[in-house]
Design a binder for this molecule. Structure first.
Ligand SMILES: Nc1nc2c(ncn2[C@@H]2O[C@H](COP(=O)(O)OP(=O)(O)O)[C@@H](O)[C@H]2O)c(=O)[nH]1
Ligand SMILES: [Mg+2]
Ligand SMILES: [Zn+2]
Length: 285
């Protein structure tokens, strides 16, 4: 926030958004940089939302540097498709994806860390019970605006509590004791930590991720970072890397240079993108 009436950047100001944003289809969200105005001592209002460098619809967050994708090695099991989809969404929005595997005290992470490390993604394996491995997460998010995202029960809040004990976030464990049900995190709030900001987010259901931002077909291979090296070598310039002959992406998969699970995620996203295109054509955007 910029200075306003002598209140300096960084301080907390309770204010309303002007109705005008709603009519423009934009509402202030966590992570926004805004200008605040107050006329003659009346309640301060958000007068302007600065241009966003990126925006995540669900959960609503603006101006992220990093998305920490939290997965559990035990229960709930890793969903590779959703993980790959979220990585593609992060990459397509110029947000750095970081992949974390929790609960390594219960189950080893297996081959998964190597798949993601080999494509240049930072991977951390952690045990939130002892704090093992959590320092490397801290290093990666220092000074950044980061959102912790992942299925309910993977250990997002537990991990954040290990990193920043003063947050005292609710975890499934605590909420059961209080009898409040499992899905405890409802709001998205940014906390100022280590020179940056972090957001714990509500766990999502599979339905949510199906409605998640879809990447148009023609941009999809660009969102799979390890495809970028070979797309130029496909025989056809407009190759979709599905069934075309002379496809360098499929060749790389056959040669083991691209992980088959990643390619399968690409195929599934391609199919989903097809559905939304048909829908758009029928009903309009
Ligand atoms: N054994 C083990 N349990 C964990 C670990 N991380 C989280 N948990 C447990 O998993 C459950 C869900 O954790 P929580 O932080 O609420 O998950 P969230 O829904 O992603 O925020 C809780 O009962 C935690 O105690 C871990 O690294 N090891
Ligand atoms: Mg939580
Ligand atoms: Zn191809």
């Amino acid at each position: 926030m910029d200075a306003f009436n002598g209140v300096m950047s960084g301080s907390v100001v309770k204010c309303a958004a002007r109705g005008i944003f709603r009519s423009r289809g934009i509402s202030p969200s966590a992570g926004d940089r805004v200008c605040v105005e107050s006329a003659d001592g009346s309640e301060p209002v958000i007068a302007e939302i600065h241009e966003r460098k990126n925006y995540l619809v669900r959960p609503p967050l603006a101006n992220l540097d990093t998305i920490v994708l939290v997965n559990s090695t035990a229960e709930p099991a890793v969903n590779r498709f959703i993980l790959d989809k979220l990585i593609a969404i992060a990459d397509s929005k110029n947000i750095e994806p970081v992949v974390v595997f929790t609960k390594i005290d219960l189950e080893a992470a297996g081959e998964l860390p190597d798949i993601y490390k080999s494509i240049g993604i930072s991977v951390c394996t952690v045990d939130n019970m002892t704090g093992e491995g959590t320092d490397s997460v801290r290093e990666l998010i220092k000074g950044k605006t980061s959102a912790f995202i992942g299925n309910s029960g993977v250990g997002k809040s537990s991990l954040l509590n290990v990193l920043y004990p003063d947050l005292g976030l609710d975890t499934a464990h605590i909420s059961r004791k209080l009898g409040r049900g499992r899905h405890t995190t409802r709001q998205v709030e940014l906390y100022k930590k280590d020179g940056g900001y972090i957001a714990d987010t509500p766990g999502f259901s599979t339905v949510d991720t199906e409605r998640y931002v879809r990447i148009p077909k023609d941009q999809l291979s660009g969102a799979f970072r390890e495809f970028r090296e070979c797309v130029g070598e496909c025989r056809f310039a407009n190759c979709a890397h599905i069934k075309e002959t002379g496809c360098a992406v499929r060749r790389a998969v056959d040669e083991g240079k691209i992980a088959r699970s990643r390619y399968n995620s690409y195929l599934r996203m391609f199919e989903e993108a097809g559905k939304i295109n048909d829908w758009d054509n029928k009903y309009g955007k």
